[in-house]
Design a protein around this ligand. Structure first.
Ligand SMILES: Nc1ncnc2c1ncn2[C@@H]1O[C@H](COP(=O)(O)OP(=O)(O)OP(=O)(O)O)[C@@H](O)[C@H]1O
Ligand SMILES: O=P(O)(O)OC[C@H]1O[C@H](OP(=O)(O)OP(=O)(O)O)[C@H](O)[C@@H]1O
Ligand SMILES: O=C(O)c1cccnc1
Length: 493
């Protein structure tokens, strides 16, 4: 189930107020229908990592398909007043919004693709007024889900093939944070979520154990395990750390032996505190010696990719990881920082005028053009991405220039193959792409990560993947920067 169905309401007002005031401005100044191109991209991989996993496109598509101002939306806008008590929005403008239907072209990188800084994840071309209104909702959807899919991919990578469960709803950024995070974490590779609503809405697997309260509500820990096994004879995972973990494991083994006498098998135990390396190693020994090598050991407690990596290095015998807070809140970097920048503009029927946002720092100067990302492959590895502008004719072996250091250049050898990453999503407002289902997207993430050399995947100081601007695009950008700086200088004098 997608975004508009989740809320069962129009999401046209899911935007910042200034988008609407600018929209009225464009309409009033006769610019509403002038054609614009915007790109959505981020400047830095999150978590000091070497890659990012794109996610959220299906929700963005859904929002665009249902983009329409309802009578209730317009009534709300009508009720807004300026500082003198006058209506903020003119009646004729509201009538313009009432008739508005989405008519843009959108190209985007499919979900579950490995992406890098400066690459447009999404490009939108169409009437200025529409492109402007859509800045905020597109950013809120793609920034968050891309961030969480990336975090989950890192956690799953650290788990080296073990099962990873998402347990984060209670600590997530509110109900939609929990739902969107569950979706994105699944794209990143987790096996299941504890969030039943996410399971129902997205058709993804759900899993769970039991809480300390279950054990505490019985007089004896062993009685609690026995009772749970009575109710779920084939699906019991006992939480063993309520009082004393090693004692808890002994009691779990006692109950598991009784279960076996009745033809039932204990599924697992969960550790949720203490030294998880020591306790899992001891627990594994105890379970194996008692004849339960198949009983799984699940661990939870403020885990993330770094702790999983450390526990693995310590020889922890954990085979299933329950990850909550640190994954769904992207604890160590709570926002991706994606931006949405105007890159080209034209009067109807006229020539494109390329646009950029100046900054003192070259890294923050946006790139003009109508951009596409060409990815180069050498065998089964990706070796570099070249951002180019579609109206500039380029050849397959073109040279690219480092976006922040023009002295660094790279071209690709003849034996490289290539693929353009942005694919058509909408043409004049009609959807021309249908999103794969979530298991397909999850598979894509796994396959995409396998194309990335392991040096880009390490957590500490990863190798920097090469992304550059195609030579002619670089030149176009530099000329525009020089021109704009000259203009600014002349205005000062
Ligand atoms: N062997 C280990 N190496 C590194 N970190 C560990 C190890 N074992 C546990 N941790 C982590 O240490 C942190 C503290 O765990 P600990 O159980 O001591 O405190 P706690 O969470 O406050 O316990 P409790 O839930 O009983 O209050 C947790 O993030 C846990 O994942
Ligand atoms: O630690 P997280 O990665 O967020 O995983 C989810 C946590 O939620 C539950 O306990 P909760 O934190 O509610 O209580 P507890 O710490 O007292 O067990 C569970 O036992 C996990 O520890
Ligand atoms: O099922 C579990 O064990 C679970 C679910 C949510 C949070 N912590 C644990």
């Amino acid at each position: 189930m997608n975004l508009t169905q989740r809320y069962q309401l129009s999401l046209a007002l899911l935007t910042d107020m200034y988008q609407l005031t600018m929209a009225q401005g464009y309409w009033k100044k006769g610019m509403a229908e002038q054609e614009a191109v915007f790109h959505l991209y981020f400047r830095k991989n999150p978590f000091k990592g070497g890659y990012t996993v794109s996610a959220g496109l299906a929700d963005a598509i859904d929002l665009l398909r249902h983009f329409q101002f309802t009578a209730t939306d317009l009534d709300y806008l009508r009720s807004l007043t300026g500082s003198q008590g006058q209506p903020l929005f003119e009646e004729e403008f509201l009538e313009h919004l009432r008739k508005l239907t989405f008519s843009c072209d959108v190209d985007a990188i499919p979900e579950g693709t490995v992406v890098f800084p400066d690459e447009p994840l999404l490009r939108i071309k169409g009437p200025m007024l529409q492109c402007q209104l859509l800045e905020t909702p597109l950013l809120t959807i793609l920034n968050f889900q891309t961030l969480i899919a990336t975090k989950a991919a890192r956690v799953v990578d650290a788990a080296q093939g073990d099962n990873v469960l998402e347990f984060g709803m209670r600590r997530a950024q509110g109900p939609d944070g929990a739902l969107s995070a569950a979706r994105a974490a699944f794209i990143g590779g987790v096996g299941a979520t504890s969030n039943l609503l996410a399971g129902q809405l997205f058709n993804i697997p759900v899993k769970g154990t039991h809480a300390h309260s279950w054990v505490m509500s019985f007089d004896e820990e062993q009685e609690a395990f026995r009772a749970y096994a009575d109710v779920f004879p084939h699906d019991s995972v006992f939480l063993v750390d309520t009082y004393n973990t090693l004692e808890g494991i002994r009691k779990a083994i006692d109950v598991a032996q009784k279960m076996r006498e009745n033809g039932q098998e204990l599924k697992g135990i969960r550790l949720d505190s203490g030294d998880l390396a020591y306790l899992s190693i001891e627990g594994r020994k105890m379970l194996d010696e008692a004849g339960f090598p198949e009983v799984s050991i699940l661990a939870s407690n403020d885990l993330d990719e770094h702790l999983i990596q450390s526990l693995k290095l310590q020889g922890a015998k954990i085979d299933t990881w329950g990850i909550g807070t640190k994954m769904v809140t992207a604890y160590d970097q709570p926002a991706l920082g994606g931006v949405y920048k105007l890159a080209a503009f034209r009067q109807s029927g006229g020539e494109w005028e390329y646009k950029l946002k100046l900054s003192e720092q070259l890294i923050k100067v946006s790139t003009p053009g109508i951009l596409q990302v060409r990815r180069f492959y050498k065998g089964n590895t990706i070796v570099g991405d070249m951002i180019y502008s579609e109206p500039l004719q380029i050849n397959a072996s073109a040279t690219m220039v480092h976006p922040n250091d023009p002295t660094q250049r790279k071209s690709f050898s003849q034996d490289c193959t290539h693929e353009d990453l942005l694919v058509p999503i909408f043409r004049t407002g009609e959807a021309v792409y249908s999103s794969p289902d979530l298991p397909e997207i999850q598979k894509r993430t796994k396959q995409q990560l396998s194309l990335l050399h392991e040096t880009y995947r390490r957590f500490l100081n990863p190798h920097i993947y090469k992304v550059g601007l195609e030579e002619q695009l670089h030149e176009l950008k530099m000329n525009l920067v020089i021109e704009l700086r000259k203009g600014a200088q002349n205005a000062k004098e």
